[in-house]
Design a protein around this ligand. Structure first.
Ligand code: PLP
Length: 293
């Protein structure tokens, strides 16, 4: 594994050659951002959207180095992602682009970090089994709350500890995913997924103000709904609405759309993947096929 190719600050190097500074503020203070992307047949799905999200997030946290926020920078990151995939001779992969404030002083002051760290890794992706799409995911509601007022709730930041703690706790009780409510008790998102539910035939997902990551897959699902004349609404959602929904599903770039069949042991709908969920997953895969051919 350590001889895989890794892109680090402008160069493709072997894993065993890659060196990160012990004074990297991403490591010391979690001052960093990342994107997880999926490639199909050698094409990274919605790479531009991932890079646009990264740019907006970088600007919002003061990571304003040109490689992160200019069009030229975006093009070079794009080329670097493609090159990392190709160097590892991968077609279906998980690609991770991580940026941090970079090396600085031993104080949490980003002004001491002259240039960011940019790291790209790509590994073969063993997709979720078809059986799991048939049985669906079970979720537990986390004891941790999303802070909808915090800018971090809308960023894919390397401060991922709450997400990990929530998911670990959910897994300990036999669940696949943890669901976060926000500080006001409204539904926010999963530990690594956005949440959708279907009620009276209408597709509903928590609005950004609830404290959710603007997911690339969430966006694609809303786009499919628009073009298929499926009524879709982004709004504040109560946990009860999820429990009482006709169907529900979770989204992210790796899982695509995975049915959600229970929350806190309460069965959603029939306890089986719903019809609209299946139709949307089919449409999403068509969208992917079109994009990567
Ligand atoms: C907290 C959180 N919400 C939502 C998502 C889904 O985002 P995307 O569809 O861009 O993968 C992720 C992805 O990992 C995530 O970490």
């Amino acid at each position: 594994m350590m001889d895989e190719f890794i892109y680090l600050n402008g160069q493709l190097v072997r894993g065993f050659e890659a060196r990160l500074s012990p004074f990297d503020h991403g490591f010391l203070y979690g001052y960093g951002l990342f994107e997880t992307m999926r490639s199909y047949n050698g094409h990274i799905f919605r790479l531009d959207s991932h890079l646009t999200r990264l740019r907006c997030s970088a600007e919002s946290v003061g990571l304003t180095h040109s490689v992160l926020i200019t069009d030229d920078g975006k093009q070079s990151l794009k080329a670097a992602c493609v090159a990392t995939l190709a160097a590892n001779r991968l077609k279906d992969a998980r690609i991770r682009l991580t940026v941090s404030a970079g090396e600085g002083d031993m104080t949490p002051d980003p002004r001491t970090c002259p240039s960011p760290t940019v790291l790209i890794t790509a590994r073969y992706l063993d997709p979720l089994s078809p059986e799991k799409y048939e049985t669906g995911f079970k979720a537990a509601v986390s004891f941790l709350r999303r802070n909808s007022q915090s800018p971090l709730s809308r960023l894919k930041s390397t401060c991922y500890m709450e997400n990990i703690l929530a998911r670990t706790t959910a897994r300990a009780v036999g669940c696949d995913e943890a669901i976060f409510l926000n500080e006001q008790g409204y539904l926010a998102e999963g530990s690594a997924t956005n949440v959708f539910l279907v009620s009276h035939g209408e597709l509903i997902t928590p609005c950004f103000e609830s404290g959710v990551l603007p997911g690339i897959t969430r966006d694609a699902v809303l786009e499919i709904a628009r073009t298929s004349n499926i009524k879709a609404t982004e709004r504040w959602v109560q946990l009860n609405e999820l429990i009482e929904a006709e169907e529900a599903f979770l989204t992210n770039s790796i899982l695509e759309l995975v049915p959600l069949v229970s929350v806190e042991g309460r069965i959603i709908g029939t306890g089986k993947p719903g019809k609209l969920t299946g139709d949307l997953l089919f449409a999403y895969r068509r969208l992917v096929e079109e994009a990567v051919k």
